[in-house]
Each structure stands twice: as C-alpha cells, then as structure tokens.
Design a protein around this ligand. Structure first.
Ligand code: THU
Length: 132
C-alpha cells in the first residue's frame, strides 16, 4: 500500500506529462482505489479550450477502464501558490462514484490542503425520473 509521499511523487511525475500550452498550469492527479491501486491523470488542453480534459477526470476514466469504481482518496498536485480543489465539473463526475471521497491537494511549495468531496459539493445533481 502506497503512503501519501509515494502517491504525491506519482502525481508529480504524472503532472510533468500534462499538456497545458494555453494556460501553463499543469495538474497531476492520482486516484487511489479501495484496495490501494493508483490511477494517474494529467490535464490535456486543446486549442478549442472548452475541450480541455482535467487531470482528475483523466485519472477517473483510466480507473474505470481498468474496472475500478470504488475509491478511497484523490491526490492533486500543482505548482500553484495555493493548493487547488477540483473544479466544479470534476466534482460532479467524481461524485457519481465516490460522493464522500477524501481529497488531498498539494501546492508548489509542498503545502497541503484536505477536503472531502461532499464538503466541496454538498448537493450533487441526481437524475430524478422513473423513466429509462
Ligand atoms: N485543471 C485541472 O486539471 N483540474 C482542475 O480541477 C482545475 C483545472 C486544468 C484545466 C486547465 O488545463 C488548467 O488546469 C487551467 O484551468
């Protein structure tokens, strides 16, 4: 089982592979499954800007493709002055699978912030229909 330092190191490594020529803001994410597998993601920008894929969603899609749906922690790394929480869109997508996911975010100086997803997104969208 990886400790937080090893997970942060994986997030930093993955962050290096981010494609962020438009914002210059590289993000690395590691999603840890309930039994300790690590799934990594980085942001991938696009010239049409709106098609940019965030690091968190990259990590989640990789984990799902590997058959994993239960998570115990998300770790984010940037080089920003302050540790960032996941954007609103990523919060909704993560909440689909882990509404109370613990999140650790590390800034450029190694400063750390922690939240839970339900704290950041207390009222996720739910489909409310008997159809389908
Ligand atoms: N970004 C992420 O990867 N995750 C977030 O939660 C917030 C923003 C990326 C998107 C874009 O490539 C860059 O950071 C600046 O917004």
């Amino acid at each position: 089982m990886a400790g937080i330092e090893e997970i942060v190191a994986r997030a930093r490594e993955t962050r290096e592979r981010a494609y962020a020529p438009y914002s210059g803001f590289k993000v690395g994410a590691v999603l840890e499954t309930e039994d300790g597998d690590l799934h990594c993601g980085c942001n991938v920008e696009n010239a049409s800007l709106g098609l940019t894929i965030c690091a968190e969603r990259g990590a989640l899609v990789g984990a799902l493709a590997a058959g994993r749906r239960k998570f115990r922690r998300l770790v984010l790394v940037t080089d920003g002055e302050e540790a960032v929480p996941p954007c609103g869109a990523c919060r909704e997508v993560l909440a689909e699978f882990s509404p109370d996911l613990p999140i650790v975010s590390v800034d450029g100086r190694g400063g750390l912030k922690e939240w839970t997803l339900d704290e950041l997104l207390p009222r996720p969208f739910h489909l409310n229909t008997t159809r389908g």
